[in-house]
Write a new protein. Structure first.
Length: 207
């Protein structure tokens, strides 16, 4: 399942994010705001239960989230930019981290860091990465989570290329993909076109 979240506020902020004139401070703020807005849609299927509460006027039944607890797992380093926005909407969520790099000889993703909640199998996981380009890193990260007994996983990205979506769907058809936009293609360097450049560099002011 691929869900393109086309809310006007999301599309407006995404346009600002794409602009090469947007500096690191504003870029970080926009990524956080976009993550918060997207979290609203990503959590739309959370189950509810009724509990009895007392209002200042009397008793009533109120709805509360009743399903699994949540863990947010950013793919380092750019995925970190989306965590605070998600936590503003889901403050009780735990946060794990997965770090990957691409082996220059085999071109395969290699895990260099992994720190996850101990009760992973009891949580709904939200994996964050602003860009879904080739899909290799996202697919590998999901593989690592599944090997550690993760069950329910959603992938949340800001911009995706068709190639990346195809890769994740092929490798993990059970994982829902949530994006703000699907762009045209990848260029010869593996960058999304038109994309927004290197999200990690723009977040942290590096090159």
């Amino acid at each position: 399942m691929v869900k393109i979240i086309d809310h006007p506020l999301i599309q407006h902020k995404l346009g600002l994010l794409r602009d090469k004139g947007t500096g690191s401070k504003e870029f970080r703020e926009l990524v956080e705001e976009l993550a918060l807005l997207m979290a609203y849609e990503v959590t739309h299927d959370f189950p509810l239960a009724e509990v009895e509460i007392e209002t200042p006027i009397g008793s009533t039944l109120a709805k509360v989230i009743s399903g699994k607890k949540v863990a947010i797992v950013p793919i380092l380093r750019a995925g970190l930019g989306m965590v605070d926005g998600m936590l503003r909407l889901i403050p009780a969520a735990k946060v794990g981290h997965i770090g990957l790099y691409r082996d220059p000889e085999t071109l395969e993703p290699v895990e260099y860091y992994c720190k996850l909640p101990t009760d992973l199998e009891e949580r709904d996981l939200i994996v964050t990465d602003p860009m879904l380009a080739t899909g290799g890193s996202a697919s590998a990260a999901i593989d690592f989570l599944k090997k550690r007994s993760a069950g329910s996983i959603k992938l949340v990205c800001l911009v995706a290329a068709p190639e990346g979506i195809k890769r994740v769907q092929k490798d993990h058809p059970d994982v829902g993909i949530y994006v703000a936009a699907v762009d045209e293609c990848l260029n010869e360097h593996g960058y999304i076109v038109p994309g927004l450049g290197d999200a990690g560099d723009r977040l942290f002011g590096t090159k």
